[in-house]
Design a protein around this ligand. Structure first.
Ligand code: DGL
Length: 270
């Protein structure tokens, strides 16, 4: 009954941590494509090919349902996977929709026309590929009207986090927040639209100020997955073991992952 969790690297561990806490009885197989991270500067075709390869690897671990715990893959590849590639007995879900449902105060499956919502000025922090895809604005427009979204492509942050360089990551976050605030001085809400960014959430919050509500995906995705599995238990795959797979160097990825989650994580070669 395993479920697969995919990310280009370490960021999806923030989602893995939240889903494993929320669903302790479910084995999770994590796949980090560290050898090819960051995805945020790659082309959509490249992201599609890498994400499909990783998803197939997770199927081979008995995970019929794979969560793309990567906004870049969710934005650049998910729709194409669902429309052109996915067999009927498998599911791939992204991390955008739960976030947008929370922001627009909607329940799952509420397909009523877009309506006015409380927040009007939203700052979006994401990778260059996610920002370029405009997937967030597209999904939001299905559900809400009159929301002004200012997006900041946060070049360099994923790289710095993957390299374990917290000082650089923090400096980059502060400069990206300043750049966004020059264009939108008083956002009411900020979306951390990359699963690496919760590792820097305190820096985003401090740079944005206490009056800005920061939405981070991990907990929202965990709730949404729990709800999905109640409705579609047939997508709990045949896998039985939790494990961590990486295309990178298992020893160095394990060290960084242990540092991030503050518990021992051991990766194996994918
Ligand atoms: N964690 C991925 C995301 O949510 C990082 C993308 C990247 O590798 O650039 O977008």
């Amino acid at each position: 009954m395993a479920v697969g969790i995919f990310d280009s690297g370490l960021g999806g561990l923030t989602v893995l941590d939240a889903v494993a806490r929320r669903l302790p009885q479910v084995p999770f197989v994590y796949f980090g494509d560290n050898a090819h991270a960051p995805y945020g500067v790659r082309t959509a075709d490249d992201i599609f090919a890498l994400t499909c390869a990783a998803t197939e690897r997770l199927w081979s671990e008995g995970c019929d349902l794979v969560i793309l715990a990567c906004n870049t893959a969710s934005a650049a590849a998910l729709r194409r996977m669902q429309e052109t590639w996915l067999p009927k007995d498998k599911r791939v879900l992204g991390v955008f929709v739960p976030l947008i449902e929370a922001l627009t105060e909607r329940q799952w499956g509420d397909n009523s026309p877009p309506r006015e919502v409380a927040v009007k000025h939203v700052a979006l922090f994401a990778t260059p590929a996610t920002v370029a895809s405009r997937a967030f604005q597209r999904e939001l427009a299905f559900r809400a009207i009159g929301v002004d979204v200012e997006a900041q492509p946060c070049g360099g942050v994923v790289d710095a986090i993957e390299q374990g360089d917290e000082i650089l990551a923090e400096a980059l976050v502060r400069s990206h927040v300043e750049a966004l605030k020059r264009r939108m001085p008083a956002p009411e809400a900020a979306i951390l639209g990359c699963t690496h960014y919760p590792l820097m959430e305190h820096v985003f919050q401090e740079a944005l100020g206490p009056e800005v509500r920061v939405y981070s995906q991990a907990r929202l995705v965990a709730e949404s997955l729990a709800d999905y599995l109640v409705r579609r238990p047939e997508f709990l795959g045949p896998g039985t073991a939790s494990k961590f797979l990486t295309t990178g160097d298992p020893a160095s990825v394990s060290n960084k992952a242990t540092q991030f989650l503050r518990r021992k994580i051991v990766f194996e070669k994918a």
